[in-house]
Design a protein around this ligand. Structure first.
Ligand SMILES: *Cc1c(COP(=O)(O)O)cnc(C)c1O
Length: 436
């Protein structure tokens, strides 16, 4: 290193004390660096030629890679690509499949950010979306056109806790060579591994349960590594045709891993939503306790849902672990380890009752986030679902008196006591008198 006492102040301020010592930390090291040094010219040429080794953090970083390998393993997928947010994960997954003139079929009950992405942003790029009811298999089939390049849905959706029949919807796509992409944010790989049921690509907002502590944003795309060029190549010419310079196609180079390789090598680094290695580290730390948190959160949430269902102030509770939920049987089939911790409660007293509760809770926090170790509450009608019509909201189970809970890992008695005190003063009225 050019940092001995003969070099100038400015040289020493950037070169003295460079920490390149090799050590073996047990915790995942944070490679907080934009890039990596090359041993020699051949190494740099090999990196640019074949991607060997590490060069620049947007195309690869050991901390990020460790988290990707952990997530691919937990999902039972082939490879994972970590990005900077859940929105970025959805965007990258869809842009890897569809281009101008193409079409996607999408469940109507999806995260508002994804719906806006499709309606406002991808539409401007010429990618059209048709929305269908999550559970209507005929609607999924009928919506497919010769230009359809993906089916997209959430495994367990906000607000009504609809469960996606992954096996049935993925089979409809497979008949036509079209992959099912699922957003599994609400279920996490601990509760559900969609690839085992036929999904081709799984995305998550890692900002939620995976990180788990509400400190960072992140997203991940997991590919199943089962791209079938014979069945689907005609739909995805960018995967099977020779590259821009006449070289081998992704399918020739990567076989069934072609789609995952395209996401990793082309879409994610070019559009550029790279995660910070520091955020990757925090997501990796969070994942180490995923099973413990989600197990406790699911137990707590079901107890809270059952308690609320008995309360006179409550009109309905939409939690898939309750026998009263229309998808209870589907939930039993897909969610064998727990039913998640995000659900909605509709109060008979309408908007004013909801206002009272979100402003009265003390243990539960009033904010827009979910999957945190802390319990959170939000009023969907005036926030996450405010861009929907009254009709769309009602079909999603969102009424003026609806609040969304994301239950954390606190002691259950404290959560029930908090809700009990927050319900004091909330009117107990009949449904007919509720002004919608
Ligand atoms: C939060 C969320 C997203 C978006 O993720 P960000 O990390 O906030 O960008 C996408 N899908 C679902 C289901 C979400 O809950």
């Amino acid at each position: 290193m050019a940092a001995n006492a003969d070099t100038g102040f400015s040289t020493r301020q950037v070169h003295a004390g460079s920490a390149t010592a090799h050590a073996s930390p047990r915790a995942m090291p944070i490679y907080l660096t934009a890039g990596f040094t090359f041993d020699d010219l051949d190494a740099s040429a090999a990196h640019f030629g074949t991607g060997a080794g590490f060069g620049y953090t947007r195309t690869g970083n050991p901390t990020i890679q460790a988290v990707e390998e952990r997530l691919a393993s937990l999902e039972g997928g082939d490879q994972a690509v970590l990005v900077s947010s859940g929105q970025a994960a959805v965007t990258v997954a869809l842009l890897a499949l569809a281009g101008a003139g193409d079409h996607v079929v999408v469940s109507e009950h999806i995260y508002e950010g994804t719906r806006g992405l499709l309606l406002d942003n991808l539409a401007r790029l010429g990618i059209e979306a048709t929305f269908v009811p999550t559970g209507d298999l005929d609607a999924w089939r009928d919506a497919i056109t010769p230009r359809t390049r993906a089916l997209f849905a959430e495994t367990l959706s906000n607000a009504r806790n609809d469960v996606l029949d992954i096996a049935a919807v993925s089979a409809i796509g497979r008949e036509r060579g079209i992959p099912l992409v699922v957003d599994s944010t609400f279920t996490t790989p601990y509760l559900l591994r969609p690839i085992e049921h036929g999904a081709a690509v799984v995305v998550h907002s890692a900002s939620k349960f995976l990180a788990g502590q509400g400190a960072v944003l992140g997203g991940v795309i997991v590919d199943d590594g089962r791209f079938d060029a014979a069945a689907s190549g005609h739909l995805f010419p960018h995967l099977v045709q020779t590259d821009r310079l006449g070289g081998a196609s992704y399918a020739e180079k990567h076989g069934p891993r072609a789609r995952g390789a395209y996401i990793r090598e082309s879409v994610a680094p070019r559009f550029g939503p790279s995660p910070s290695p520091l955020n990757a580290f925090l997501i990796g730390q969070g994942i180490e306790t995923l099973s413990l948190r989600v197990e406790r959160q699911s137990q707590n949430a079901l107890t809270v849902a059952r308690w609320l269902e008995q309360r006179p102030e409550v009109e309905r509770v939409d939690h898939v672990g309750l026998e009263s939920h229309p998808d209870f049987d589907l939930g039993r089939r897909y969610l064998t380890r727990g039913t998640g911790s995000v659900f909605t409660v509709t109060l008979r007293g309408g908007l004013e009752a909801a206002r009272h509760v979100v402003q009265s809770v003390e243990v539960i926090t009033h904010m827009t986030h979910l999957g945190d170790v802390r319990s959170l509450v939000l009023h969907p009608q005036s926030t996450s679902h405010s861009a929907r019509t009254v009709d769309e909201r009602e079909r999603a189970g969102v009424f003026p008196g609806t609040i969304r809970l994301s239950i954390g890992i606190e002691d259950i008695d404290d959560l029930l006591a908090d809700l009990e005190q927050a319900l004091v003063g909330v009117p107990v009225v009949e449904r007919e008198t509720v002004v919608l």
